[in-house]
Design a protein around this ligand. Structure first.
Ligand SMILES: C[S@@+](CC[C@H](N)C(=O)[O-])C[C@H]1O[C@@H](n2cnc3c(N)ncnc32)[C@H](O)[C@@H]1O
Length: 469
């Protein structure tokens, strides 16, 4: 049972193991059975080029995004992702000579994108990186995150060294090299903390406390420095590979990738007209992206107030401002006996649909909306999210084009771990809706264009690379 719980945390759309699994050779219900990994053989490694620079919970595999891009967009198109997370859609759009506008509540997006879509022209030098890493050792600068609980998560001597390294790197005016080291420092900071680094959520465990205690008796500082150096060099290499690839494929500077981290997609309109939407909404229960990534956010200089304000806007942990009703959703609501779960469903569909609609209203006629969802079960009842979305949007000027069903046999977990799916096949669905020429729009965004959660209007950012922090 324990393993299943752990797996559920890692899965993009965890499915109750008790759910009925249809036979392998037939799709569940009017769906086309596919394997996106097989449909996109040119991508053999989900972490290729810059995709693996950050470990973000419930990331898209790039094959799904690439398939949707190849099938539903053309060169030069603008693609919107209102739940961009770690920016997989942005990277794939850029590599495929498309443009992208990315929105996410999580501020991490603003730190991730300048690295993942690095547009420098010169091959980065290991020597410059090493010089910077060496400088950290002698630094007298200190940076401690504005996080009242920070001492709870670190042994004092480890916190002191991390504060020294962050103090140095925050002060160093070293552009992309500093950004590379910061990305590595985040991973090191998690590994050398008391939190379980194998799960996305922050959780102090006995196992980890013991591991750190043992480490402190050994050459921990050497190990920390070795990990920092290894990860920094790996990221530098990924960026160089990315540059070479984009030059060889004549991709560089063709596409624009705008990103807006810290934005509540449920309450804002997208700032431009787009040709397609490709997205994966948050999970129905217990993912908590902000809580999972807050250690990183604090190290990157964000405050407790900022992080709390974002947590309050996270789907589905907030009050709904309208009730979404469809045939299938109403049935599920009727079957549910628990009031808290009914409220969660109301919240989930209200804000997920608001966010989708805010983006979809900005799509051109005939544009495709590609929405990747699971079929989670709550209290033993399957919630067919794709069907509910079809019912909602076909009443509002959208055509149901098709739904792909991809059964997952091997699940890439958080970071580098892979698991055989122990509970039989599980499915994820790529729903494709097509906008009719004249489309009825409904929900009006409650806020003006891209008002961010903290009520300050960030200028759209693109990724030149040098100001990554
Ligand atoms: C399934 S993840 C997307 C992962 C992304 N496809 C990737 O490849 O990294 C869902 C995202 O929804 C975001 N989210 C949750 N509530 C939101 C809101 N109100 N507005 C915008 N984004 C939100 C979470 O921060 C999370 O990054």
């Amino acid at each position: 049972m324990k393993n299943r719980n752990l797996e559920a945390q890692f899965s993009l759309f965890p499915v109750d193991p008790a759910s009925e699994v249809p036979p392998d050779d037939a799709a569940s219900d009017g769906t086309e059975l596919v394997s996106f990994r097989e449909l996109v053989p040119e991508i053999s490694d989900t972490g290729y080029l810059t995709h693996a620079i950050y470990a973000y919970p419930a990331k898209f595999i790039p094959q799904i995004v690439r398939y949707a891009i190849n099938t539903y967009t053309k060169e030069g198109d603008w693609i919107v992702d209102p739940f961009a997370g770690s920016g997989t859609v942005g990277v794939e759009a850029y590599l495929c000579k498309r443009n992208a506008v990315l929105l996410d509540l999580n501020l991490l997006l603003n730190h991730i994108m300048p690295l993942k879509v690095y547009r420098g022209k010169e091959i980065l030098s290991e020597a410059s990186l090493s010089k910077l890493l060496a400088g950290m050792q002698k630094s007298n600068d200190r940076f401690t995150p504005a996080w009242s609980n920070v001492a709870y998560w670190y042994a004092p001597e480890i916190l002191e060294v991390l504060s020294q390294y962050w103090g140095f790197i925050n002060k160093a005016d070293a552009g992309i090299y500093a950004a590379i080291i910061k990305a590595a420092l985040l991973k090191v900071g998690k590994r050398f903390s008391y939190t379980e680094d194998r799960t996305p959520k922050l959780a102090r465990s006995k196992r980890k406390l013991n591991a750190i205690e043992e480490l402190l008796k050994a050459n921990w500082r050497e190990q920390l420095d070795e990990m920092l150096q290894r990860l920094s060099l790996k990221t530098l290499k990924d960026l160089n590979d990315f540059m070479v690839y984009t030059q060889q494929h004549h991709v560089e500077d063709l596409g624009q990738v705008e990103f807006h981290g810290g934005v509540d997609s449920s309450g804002v309109a997208v700032p431009r007209v787009c040709d397609a939407l490709i997205t994966s909404p948050p999970y129905l229960q217990a993912q908590e992206y902000i809580r999972s990534t807050k250690m990183d956010l604090f190290w990157l200089g964000h405050t407790e107030e900022e992080v709390q304000a974002l947590s309050r806007l996270e789907i589905p942990y907030r009050k709904p401002d309208r009730v979404i009703q469809t045939k299938t959703l109403d049935k599920v609501q009727e079957m549910l006996t628990r009031d808290d779960l009914r409220k969660r469903l109301d919240s989930y569909f209200c804000h997920t649909v608001n966010a989708l609609e805010n983006s979809m209203n900005q799509l051109k006629p005939n544009a495709a909306a590609c929405i990747f969802v699971g079929n989670p079960r709550i209290d033993g009842i399957t919630v067919e999210i794709w069907r509910i979305l079809v019912e909602y949007f076909t009443e509002r000027g959208w055509t149901f084009e098709k739904v792909y069903e991809d059964r997952i046999k091997t699940r890439k977990l958080f970071g580098a771990r892979k698991n055989k799916n122990p509970d039989g096949m599980k499915s994820e669905f790529l729903l494709v809706l097509r906008k009719k020429a004249i489309c009825q729009t409904t929900a009006q965004p409650s806020e003006p264009l891209l008002q961010d959660a903290a009520d300050s209007l960030p200028a759209p950012k693109t990724s030149p690379g040098s100001d990554a922090s």
